[in-house]
Design a protein around this ligand. Structure first.
Ligand SMILES: Nc1ncnc2c1ncn2[C@@H]1O[C@H](COP(=O)(O)OP(=O)(O)OP(=O)(O)O)[C@@H](O)[C@H]1O
Length: 235
């Protein structure tokens, strides 16, 4: 399987402190890679590097064969941030029509992505009046416009009920089955088991890069929370 993302020796300094400390990993196409780790460990910073909006101090980030942030990647990479960048004074549908035109995505994509994130009944509501979870899904819908080959999602399931979380994880796997690479961050360990591969991060470094089952086997633990703790103890 080809790699959609290749990160090599990445270092980032923020506020005078090295917050990403020599990180190397790949994200294969056609799979869901989870980026897991405690609050403040550097997940968002790492995702920002992959989408090319972060100044880096060293190392390389290659996305679909190009340096991260290259103009040719604009409509090939979808990115949804923790605070969704959708306009509060437009409806869900208006937002998505606007982003579809910017990305030159087909007009029919708007209805497709509204359906994929389950916002059909909120499509004509102003984003400013949506709940936090609904607003998050509106941002996620924008990241799915144009069928990007790489989809980068920063904590997409925060604030969602278990049913919706389940639906979104099913959607992520459907997108991967179509060939997309997904890189999804979370600090909830019970989501780790739903990923094909896991990157476990702590204090700006990767503790592990493996499948959930291999991590459980390697640490001799039954669940991934315990595996993470075992890795922290031996780091
Ligand atoms: N603009 C900034 N200036 C200084 N320090 C920053 C800045 N942005 C982030 N940091 C620091 O960089 C570190 C990594 O932050 P980052 O947002 O990547 O963490 P995270 O793992 O995504 O956390 P969370 O799960 O809470 O969102 C943190 O210690 C944070 O305080």
């Amino acid at each position: 399987m080809a790699d959609s993302v290749a990160v090599n020796g990445l270092r980032v300094v923020r506020g005078g402190r090295e917050v990403v400390r020599g990180v190397t990993f790949e994200v294969p196409e056609g799979s869901v890679t989870g980026l897991l780790g405690p609050s403040g460990c550097g997940k968002t910073t790492l995702l920002r590097c992959v989408v090319g909006v972060q100044v880096v101090a060293g190392g390389t980030v290659t996305v679909l064969g190009h340096p991260a942030g290259s103009p040719v990647l604009r409509d090939r990479v979808g990115y949804s941030t923790q605070s969704p960048s959708v306009y509060a004074d437009l409806t869900v549908r208006e937002n998505l029509r606007y982003f579809a035109s910017v990305l030159r995505a087909p007009a029919a994509d708007v209805e497709r992505v509204i359906g994929e994130v389950g916002l059909e009944e909120r499509a004509d509501q102003l984003v400013g009046t949506l709940s936090g979870g609904e607003r998050g899904r509106a941002g996620l819908a924008a990241a799915l416009l144009g069928r990007p080959e790489l989809i980068v999602l920063d904590e997409p399931t925060v604030g969602l009920d278990p049913v919706l979380r389940e639906e979104l994880w099913s959607l992520f796997h459907r997108l991967a089955d179509r060939g997309a690479a997904l890189l999804v961050s979370s600090h909830v360990m019970d989501e780790a088991a739903r990923c094909d591969r896991l990157l476990l991060m702590r204090d700006g470094a990767l503790l592990a890069d493996d499948t959930p089952q291999a991590l459980r086997d390697r640490t001799g633990t039954a669940d991934l929370e315990q595996a993470f703790l075992a890795l922290v103890r031996t780091a």
